[in-house]
Every structure is written in C-alpha cells, then in structure tokens.
Design a protein around this ligand. Structure first.
Ligand code: NAD
Length: 469
C-alpha cells in the first residue's frame, strides 16, 4: 500500500474530525474557487483532452464538460443551503408530542474514481456534490488521459490543500490501492467489469459505493416518430465524442421495412454534420489503439456473420487509421450472436435490430441487462407511457438522446448491471451525506406505560396502540 495515499487519507480524516460539519460559507468558498479555476483553465483543459484523445473537438469539451460543470456549480450554490437544513419529519400518533428531524451530515472522506471518456466532467461532477455536502475528497482519474489527469491535479492542487481535495494520478496499480482505502463513500465511474472489482474491494472495508457503470442503451423508434428529427438527434447523440459516451445510443430497434431508409438517412445526416471525418477538428478520435482495434474487431465479426455495413463519408482509410478515427458506421442484418450485439460498443458503430412491434422491442430490452439509458422516439403518448412503465433503465430521454444526463434536477445513475445509486443536484448531496434521523422525546411521553413489569394494564395499552397505529 502506497504510503502517500494512506497519508493523505489520514490527513483528510483528521482535518474532517476537527471540523465535521463545515458551514455553508466554507462550502460556498470551495465551490466558487472550483468554478473560477475551471473557467480560467478552460483552454488548457481543451488542449490537454484533445492531445490525450489524438483529437477532441474543443466545442465538445466546452459543451460536454465545462458548461455542465458550471451548471452544476451554479445549481449547488443556489440550492445547497436549503439541502443542508435540518428537515422536519412527521411523528406517528402514538409517539406524539415527540418530534422527528432529519439532519444531513457530511460523511467524511469521499473517494472518486473516474474514466477517460469525459475525463474532466466525470471527476469534477461528483466532486461538486461531495464538496457541497461538506466532505474531504480524494480523486483517481484515468490513466488513459495522462495530460488531463496531471493538469487536474495541478489545477485542484493550487486551490485546495491536500487535506481538502487530493488527486492521485497513476495506472491500474494505483487504482487498485485507491479502491482498497477505507473511504466513507466511494463513487466509481467506469465499466461494469471493473465496477465489480471495485465493489469487491470496497466491501472489505464496508465502504458504501455508488457505481456509475455502462452497458448497451437501446433506442426504440416507434411508428409514430418524426423520423427526420429522430435521425438528427440520434446521429448527434451517437457521434458526440465519437460514440465514446456511457449513454450513447448503442443500438436501434425498429420495423424491418423501415430499416434501410433510416440507415441511409443516418449516414446522410452524419455526412452533413461532418463533411469529412479525417482531419476534421470537430470529430473526435478513438482514445487508444486498443479501443480502435476492438471496434474494428466488432465490425469484422458482424460482417463475417452476415451483417450489412454502411459507412459515412469517403475518407482515406489509411489517414483515418493514423488518426484513430472511425466514421458513423451503421450495421444492419444484425443477429444476436454478433459480438456487436453482446457488448457495449462505446464507439461510432450503430447496429439496427429488426423489431416489428412495441411488444417485441420491449421483450428484447427486458431480456437483457438493465441499461444505463433508454431512448424512445414517437408521438403516441399511450405507447410512450407503456414503455416508461414497463422498462427499467437508469434514465430515459424521450424524443432525444443523452440530454437527460445533464439535468441537475433529476437523479443520474444506473440500475443493476448499469450501476448502483445516483448523483447530480440534490441526489448528489444526499449520496455524499448521512441523512441522520433524530427523535426528540417530549417531557410527556406515553413510553412509561410500557415499562416492565408487564401486566394487564400493559396489554390494554398495547391493544390501544394497535388500534391507532
Ligand atoms: P474502466 O472501468 O476501465 O476504468 C475506470 C477507472 O477505473 C479508471 O480510473 C481506472 O484507472 C480504474 N481502474 C481500472 N482497473 C481498476 C481496478 N482493478 N481496480 C480499481 N480501479 C480500476 O472504464 P473506462 O474504460 O475508463 O471507461 C469506459 C466505461 O465507463 C464504459 O463502460 C462506460 O459506459 C463507463 N462510463 C460510465 C459512466 C456513467 O456515468 N455511468 C460515464 C462514463 C463512462
């Protein structure tokens, strides 16, 4: 075990114990410093992330990382004083005139492990929730984005002391050590497989975990859908960050007769968004050779098993490979035995599954792992409500992809294999707080009527209690 990680944890815990319930002013000061630092370093973040990826559009970094962070800070600054307040809770009749309260308390030291795909946002969004809730925080960002990770360390190191916020950079070994620390709460964002390992390591310390995982997020295209709108929104949601988004639409479900027209329209839309893919600053590269090879492998496997492949653009394949870029690639004639239909794609490949009815689409989704996101396109409200009631997914966007994730007023998180727990806004505040229940007994309490020795009188009191409970 690294001495440094242990040393920081002890330092943070000691500092926390000296001031276990920081004031709103202290928390506000930290959130404001964070917002200012993100703002001042936006250009550096854009460059670092782009270099880590090979190319990452600066606009995408601003939209999908920086502005989301600013929105969350603004929301936290506005609402945290209210979230921090002690809340009244009802008291059951038989205990009156006693009263109940719920007292939100910081948990202590929070661990955050983040992935590479939105390397700034996915480290800083949980940080905002944990700071607002009054905690000390240790962060372990991904080794796949080394420039961003060390920039984050230096930016946060300038505004926070080690016993407030600490960033531990390093590879899997550091991550393993990090996840075995006895944090008061650990939030992990990453793959389902690593999530299992992290949950196991945390369980040894009985450290509670929030797991923000991945999976295959389905998109159902109903007959009543406005196809033009659906094509634009799906293409946009799929190609932001070149599909390397946890809530990227992973595959589409629609009637066979509509597939060819829809697939052609998706390709056309992608070519409108990105007239070229090679050399285009707006289009993001695949993070690493291993992921590039994995995606090519999914395509080869699908093709061997009879899939039809449509590729957007007409770029030089050698240049594209050098730049680790893959254009939108729509895969039709899919079958369940194809690897592309079995594992999370996490890239710009979009398979379409033929499904004739709402029932068959629902069955397809229900038979598989509960997804992180589900998308439904259509105007028929009865069918929409049927899908909402009968499918279980982390979150949903209706007639849109991806955007439910950045709503600070609704929880964000997965369910089952796509995650456990959630955060953002008030939900993040509660994730990183202990919501302590406190019972205030009154001078006049009926409790003494139940003191031993038990007698017939006790039985009468119990009878009355049962009647009123
Ligand atoms: P990953 O699971 O490979 O890595 C995530 C983090 O875990 C990294 O910081 C890494 O250093 C660390 N890690 C790796 N091995 C570890 C181990 N043995 N013990 C402890 N920590 C370890 O994920 P990734 O490739 O960086 O990210 C892609 C995955 O993350 C996808 O599955 C995607 O869907 C998911 N994701 C989920 C969300 C969400 O909010 N639900 C957001 C983004 C990405």
């Amino acid at each position: 075990m690294s001495n440094k990680l242990n040393e920081v944890l002890v330092k943070q815990r000691t500092a926390f114990n000296l001031n276990p319930n920081s004031s709103w002013n202290e928390r506000k000061d930290k959130l404001m410093k964070l917002g200012k630092a993100i703002n001042e370093n936006e250009g550096k973040f854009q460059h670092a992330i782009s270099e880590d990826f090979g190319n990452r559009s600066f606009v995408e970094t601003t939209v999908a990382e920086v502005t989301i962070i600013h929105g969350a800070i603004k929301h936290a600054l506005k609402h945290t004083p209210k979230w921090m307040r002690t809340r009244k809770a009802p008291t059951a009749m038989q205990f009156k005139p006693a009263t109940n309260r719920i007292v939100p308390q910081p948990l202590g030291v929070i661990g955050i492990i983040s992935p590479w795909n939105y390397p700034l946002q996915l480290a800083v969004m949980p940080l905002i929730g944990a700071l607002g809730a009054g905690n000390r925080i240790m962060i372990k960002p991904s080794e796949y984005t080394p420039r961003l990770s060390s920039l984050l360390k230096s930016v946060l190191g300038e505004i926070f002391s080690e016993d407030e916020v600490y960033v531990a950079v390093g590879g899997v070994e550091v991550a393993q050590e990090f996840s075995s620390l006895p944090f008061d709460h650990l939030l992990f964002t990453g793959s389902t497989n690593v999530g299992r390992i992290v949950a196991g390591a945390a369980a040894k310390n009985l450290t509670p975990v929030t797991l923000e995982l991945g999976g295959k997020s389905p998109t159902i295209i109903d007959d009543s859908a406005n196809e033009k709108l659906a094509v634009a929104r799906i293409t946009n949601g799929k190609l932001v960050n070149a599909g390397q988004t946890c809530v990227s639409p992973d595959y589409l479900l629609m009637p066979q007769g509509k597939i060819d027209g829809f697939a052609d329209a998706l390709i056309k839309q992608a070519e409108t968004f990105y007239p070229t893919f090679a050399g285009n600053k707006d289009y993001t590269s695949i993070i690493a050779d291993s992921h590039y090879a994995r995606l090519q492998g999914l395509l080869e496997d699908a093709e061997i098993k009879g899939a039809k492949i449509r590729t957007a653009g007409n770029d030089d394949t050698q240049v594209m490979a050098q730049e680790r870029r893959i254009p939108l690639t729509v895969v039709t004639n899919t079958t369940p035995d194809m690897k592309i239909m079995q594992e999370e794609i996490f890239g710009p490949l979009l398979p379409i599954v033929a499904s004739e009815t709402l029932e068959s689409s629902m069955e397809y989704v229900q038979e598989r792992d509960r997804p992180l996101a589900l998308y439904w396109f259509g105007e028929d409200k009865t069918k929409r409500d049927h899908v909402l009631k009968n499918s279980i997914s982390g979150g949903v966007s209706i007639n849109e992809t991806v955007w439910h994730v950045v709503q600070e007023d609704i929880p964000f998180g997965g369910v089952g294999p796509s995650g456990m727990g959630g955060y953002h806004g008030a939900h993040g505040f509660e994730t990183f707080s202990h919501m302590k229940g406190v019972f205030f007994q009154s001078k006049f309490s009926g409790g003494k009527m139940l003191y031993p020795p038990y007698s017939d009188k006790t039985q009468k009191v119990l009878g009355l209690m049962k009647k009123f409970m």
